[in-house]
Design a protein around this ligand. Structure first.
Ligand SMILES: Nc1ncnc2c1ncn2[C@@H]1O[C@H](COP(=O)(O)OP(=O)(O)OP(=O)(O)O)[C@@H](O)[C@H]1O
Ligand SMILES: [Mg+2]
Length: 450
């Protein structure tokens, strides 16, 4: 807007300057042509000649032209109004003093008018003046029109800029502020928040990535809370049993030595249970370490399995379960033998634990494509279909009441799964309720250790 006003002011000044120059030039030419007429004013013919000249010039430059002599008496007026009378305009006085000059006036009646006066000089002497008055209204109208156009353009561009910044705000600022809000809330512990962004661009991609991250975070957070709750619960159960047992002994008088022994045996087994849970938890913490280095060594899996079977044989015999090992081939692969042993023991242990007396557990070793497979098959109680996806979760047990009597914590399979995963392997399960379960531990033969 300001620039617009500045430009139009400049245009106006240039126009007026040009007009002034034109009138000055024309007035000088006229003055030069009429200088002789002013001195010889007795001759009438000259008077009428002067009149035609003045009229012609007046028409040419569209201005009123008045010629005065050195005594301010009007010799000729293109409007035929002031001839013979005296005229004392400021510009005329200056011209008679020998100075060409001009001024612009704004009259209420006529609008903008420029007065130009130049001296008429004959033989180095001022003999009169040419006074021209020209209307500048045309120029002012043109500049006014330009001004209006500039105003219109400014208005339109202001509206456009406002509109664009509005759109800009909606497309860029809004998604960013939306995202910032979500991040701030998340930082305050409000995990799992989702941002919804309607545009279909990079912001949408960013929002999607954010939402995936947010979901993951809340899942991890929930797992962590569940884990802590589960750990506390599992540790508390044996502890409260111990407390109960020892208190009842303390509050009884004259307790029989046999009762003492019985209670102490119970306390002892609860302590064993506590120890087992803590051992399992420590193993898990160890496996969770980010930079866990496994001690990979070329190992005969068949020998490892023989060792494990020998260790678990007494446990199976206790329940009159036949524990058989079927070996197809001698297989040598790189594993962390201690860890794999732990995983396999957990699974065979389960097979014995969840198979009724007189049952059968069979361990078989074979290769299948790029994998070594350790198959542990039992004809025990089996696992319901709906529980299959969860059995590897920490603390998950199909039947909590039943497991209480068998003393499980629900950590064995998650430890086994973690160990096999660290070997880039998998554990698959097939099970039928009441008929038995089969676990397949698969470890790649050519482990990519990079
Ligand atoms: N061979 C199996 N037959 C039937 N159910 C099984 C078998 N193996 C595992 N399960 C089910 O899966 C659950 C999880 O097994 P997991 O070994 O993780 O825990 P657990 O045996 O209960 O306790 P622990 O931590 O002492 O091993 C068990 O509670 C059991 O319900
Ligand atoms: Mg177990």
């Amino acid at each position: 807007m300001i620039i617009g006003i500045f430009i139009s002011q400049n245009i106006l000044n240039t126009y007026i300057q040009e007009k002034r120059q034109e009138i000055l030039t024309k007035s000088n030419i006229l003055s030069n042509r009429i200088k002789f007429y002013l001195t010889n004013n007795e001759i009438l013919v000259l008077d009428s000649l002067l009149k035609t000249l003045v009229e012609n010039y007046s028409k040419e430059i569209k201005a009123r032209i008045i010629i005065v002599d050195k005594n301010n008496i009007v010799k000729s007026d293109s409007n035929n109004e002031f001839e013979g009378s005296k005229l004392y305009h400021l510009e005329i006085q200056k011209a008679l003093a020998g100075i060409s000059n001009s001024n612009v006036y704004n009259f209420k009646e006529y609008g903008h008018v420029m007065y130009v006066a130049v001296p008429i000089i004959l033989d180095d002497e001022v003999v009169g003046a040419t006074f021209t008055s020209v209307s500048l209204n045309d120029i002012y109208n043109v500049v006014d029109r330009i001004n209006n156009k500039i105003r219109l353009i400014s208005l339109v561009s202001t509206v456009l800029i406002a509109l664009m910044s509005f759109i800009f705000a909606d497309f860029i600022t809004k998604p960013i502020s939306e995202m910032t809000k979500a991040i701030t809330k998340m930082a305050q512990g409000n995990l799992g928040l989702k941002v919804e962004i309607k545009t279909n661009d990079e912001f949408k991609q960013l929002a999607n990535a954010f939402n995936v991250m947010s979901t993951k975070l809340s899942q991890v957070d929930k797992q962590r809370k569940d884990f802590v709750a589960n750990v506390s619960h599992e540790l508390r159960t044996p502890l409260s049993s111990i407390k109960l047992l020892s208190e009842s002994l303390l509050h009884q008088e004259k307790v029989d030595a046999l009762v003492y022994k019985e209670f102490l045996q119970d306390i002892d087994s609860e302590i064993d249970r506590l120890n087992n849970i803590i051992d399992d938890l420590l193993i898990l913490v160890d496996l969770d370490k980010e930079k866990l280095t496994l001690d990979f060594k070329t190992t005969y899996i068949n020998f490892l399995l023989e060792k494990i079977i020998a260790r678990l044989k007494p446990l199976a015999e206790n329940k009159k379960i036949s524990l058989d090992y079927i070996e197809r081939e001698k297989i040598q692969i790189k594993v962390d033998a201690n860890k794999i042993q732990q995983a396999v023991i957990n699974i065979i242990h389960n097979a014995i634990k969840y198979t009724p007396e007189g049952g059968r557990v069979e361990v078989k070793l074979y290769t299948e494509r790029d994998y070594v497979v350790i198959r542990v098959k039992d004809n025990g109680i089996g696992i319901p279909k709906e529980s299959l996806p969860q059995i590897f979760d920490r603390f998950y047990r199909v039947d909590k009441a039943r497991s209480r009597s068998t003393g499980g914590t629900g950590l064995g399979l998650s430890i086994a799964y973690q160990i096999v995963s660290l070997h880039q392997g998998t554990i698959d399960v097939e099970s039928e309720l009441g008929k038995g379960s089969t676990f397949y531990i698969k470890i790649p033969i050519d482990l990519n250790l990079a």
